[in-house]
Design a binder for this molecule. Structure first.
Ligand SMILES: Nc1ncnc2c1ncn2[C@@H]1O[C@H](COP(=O)(O)OP(=O)(O)OP(=O)(O)O)[C@@H](O)[C@H]1O
Ligand SMILES: [Mg+2]
Length: 336
């Protein structure tokens, strides 16, 4: 299964917006996609769904149609995961909706992680719950890939989300905080991967569930310019920008040789996405991707050429991601 997580422990860099726009873009390129909202803030779900639908998904009491509903029996210690509900966005695009209550799963996941070392069968079921929910959602939709959104931290929910991911893409901004975020990511991935390998080696013989391999392969970074403060001098921006390739290669990929590439030549840099300015709020109001905006949505005059440029940017980015993560694309959509 191809499951691509977007992750940086620096908040607000653009993870959720990327998952949303790329889910739409891939689906329009003929790739069947499931978007998975594993951030307890559930911002991705709020981008896809209107308040009436969210109100129905999050009633008082149980939430059978969200990701929390799928892991609920595990959370209560009363069984294994339930088959996840996949919200129909379009024929090619489904959503496993998030849930603000998902934060309650954090403690259960933390508790289960060390218990796997003791060959505890139920601990393996807990830790692999997200992987199995995603696998079932992908199978139900006959999808080619899952795109996963997570919150900005290194907690147990994200560890479980990462071991479920075949690939990890890192959104990054040209600032000190993003570079510090990159420095945390590399060692954390290596530690999680190693700890998971140690645990898989202790899988109890009778355990009849499929476990993830814990690949979480770093597959490139995306520089987002919107996240940079516009009042900062250009020189400060350039200074951080220059350091992104080196920091990514050294800290995330763990390479020993110093990287001399810049973001325009580094094959790990999948895109440099611009600040789309008022397109983003217009898109949020219209509840559609920026590249679908029409004049009726308020995208008038110069906005319309920005919409086309945005479409092209995301199309190229989707192509690069497909190449890196081996997402099968219908040949008709392979243009540069
Ligand atoms: N390319 C862009 N152009 C303009 N605005 C953008 C762009 N990408 C994201 N934004 C805006 O930046 C803000 C943060 O983006 P987003 O919510 O996607 O980040 P995040 O990394 O998911 O945040 P968090 O860590 O809180 O989950 C949002 O208001 C979003 O609309
Ligand atoms: Mg987010």
């Amino acid at each position: 299964m191809i499951s691509i997580a977007f992750f940086n422990n620096k908040g607000g860099v653009g993870k959720t917006s990327l998952v949303y726009h790329l889910s739409w873009m891939f689906s329009e390129m003929g790739v069947k996609v499931v978007a998975v909202d594993l951030d307890p803030q559930a911002n991705l779900s709020a981008m896809f769904l209107d308040e009436d639908r969210l109100d129905k998904l999050w009633p008082d009491g149980d939430h059978p149609e969200t990701v929390l509903g799928a892991v609920d029996p595990i959370l209560r210690g009363k069984g294994d995961i339930k088959s996840p509900h996949v919200e129909d966005i379009t024929d090619h695009l489904g959503l496993v909706a998030g849930d603000l209550g998902l934060s309650r799963f954090e403690a259960k996941l933390s508790e289960a992680w060390p218990k796997c070392v003791d060959e505890d069968e139920s601990a393996f079921r807990v830790v692999s719950a997200f992987y199995r929910v995603i696998t079932q959602a992908v199978e139900t939709r006959n999808a080619q890939c899952a795109l996963i959104d997570v919150g900005p931290n290194l907690g147990a929910i994200n560890r479980s989300a990462m071991i479920a991911a075949s690939n990890v893409l890192v959104p990054v901004a040209a600032d000190l905080y993003s570079l510090q975020g990159l420095k945390n990511l590399g060692p954390t991935f290596r530690e999680w991967r190693k700890q998971w390998m140690d645990r898989i080696a202790r899988k109890p013989l009778g355990l009849d569930v499929e476990l993830p391999v814990g690949e979480m392969r770093p597959s490139g970074y995306i520089i987002l310019q919107h996240a940079v403060r516009l009042d900062r001098p250009v020189r400060a921006y350039e200074r951080w920008m220059e350091r992104i390739p080196r920091t990514y290669h050294t800290e995330v990929l763990g390479e020993s040789a110093t990287c001399t590439l810049d973001s325009t030549t580094d094959p790990e840099c999948l895109a440099l996405l611009k600040h789309y300015r008022s397109l983003m709020p217009l898109a949020q109001d219209a509840r559609k991707p920026m590249f679908h905006l029409k004049s009726a949505d308020g995208a008038l005059g110069a906005h319309l050429s920005a919409v086309q440029e945005c479409f092209r940017d995301f199309r190229l980015l989707a192509n690069s991601i497909a190449e890196k993560c081996k997402v099968p694309l219908p040949s008709s959509t392979l243009w540069k």
